[in-house]
Design a binder for this molecule. Sequence first.
Ligand code: PBG
Length: 325
Amino acid sequence: MTFPVHRPRRLRRSAALRDLVRETRLSAAGLVYPMFACPGANVRTEIASMPGVCQQSPDRIVEECREVADLGIPAVLLFGLPERKDATGSEAASARGAVQRSTEAIRKAKLDLLVITDVCLCEYTDHGHCGVLEGGSVQNDPTLALLANAAVSHARAGADIVAPSDMMDGRVGAIRGALDERGFADVAILSYAAKYCSGFYGPFREAAQSAPQSGDRQGYQMDPANAREALREVALDLEEGADIVMVKPALAYLDVIQRVRERFDAPIAAYNVSGEFAMVKAAARNGWLDEKRAVLEILTAIQRAGASIIVTYHAKDAARWLKNC
Ligand code: PBG
């Protein structure tokens, strides 16, 4: 006999009861705010498809970082735009690059903020691919040294964590080796271990000016149809020395996050990507969604699936809402 003895509604009667039995508690402490650093000074250009998100020069990045830290968000993830693009993305490893300069400036300002830097070539190559091209295809092994150099330049600038997002095989090991060799054994690696070839990156490619000029990324990013393969990718990255593993995008891959959580003990991050952000913003602007409710529900779902770290463009808004909850 269940009803009338069992009445699940008993625990939903009041806010206090619902709070008491809540299984997932969202907090700003697990959020990471992505930012786009560009060359120059006093530059701040909003990205049309990502309201509130801007390309900014290092001086402006630091200003916004102050606000991010004050909101209790523990970390930013920096992407960079170069002065000039070339075939090998050489500016990715430049000490004068926008990411390196922004990292230094954040360090100098002594903000209570972790700096995570994106390690990839697609923003820096003139062809827009995440590795070096030869005969129209992206070459894995020659790309590894370039990624390692970029990671070392970020560490030198003061990054706490480097985050390779290119999906080349063996890059976590190559980056770990290069960091250790140069005396950066304490710099951690957050690897985009299971990064899918997704239609949800559109707005980011506008923000980072990183759309491939020919072809697509199917030859290196994962097929959205595969979940078991994600477990293999995660296992390999952990073996190579990844400290944190990420699943990306988040919303269409909650099952993948959950399976990674069940199988591995490492901290798991999920990337609530630009297209996921833009959809909510667009609907909210039309009055079709209550933005606050939708965002907090989305972030709760990602955490419930098993991610303890969420990279999201909603981080600042969410932190404000959570403070007043
Ligand atoms: C590639 C990179 C991408 C994103 C993060 N790193 C785009 C891509 O693979 O084309 C997407 C992030 C987002 O959509 O918010 N370096």
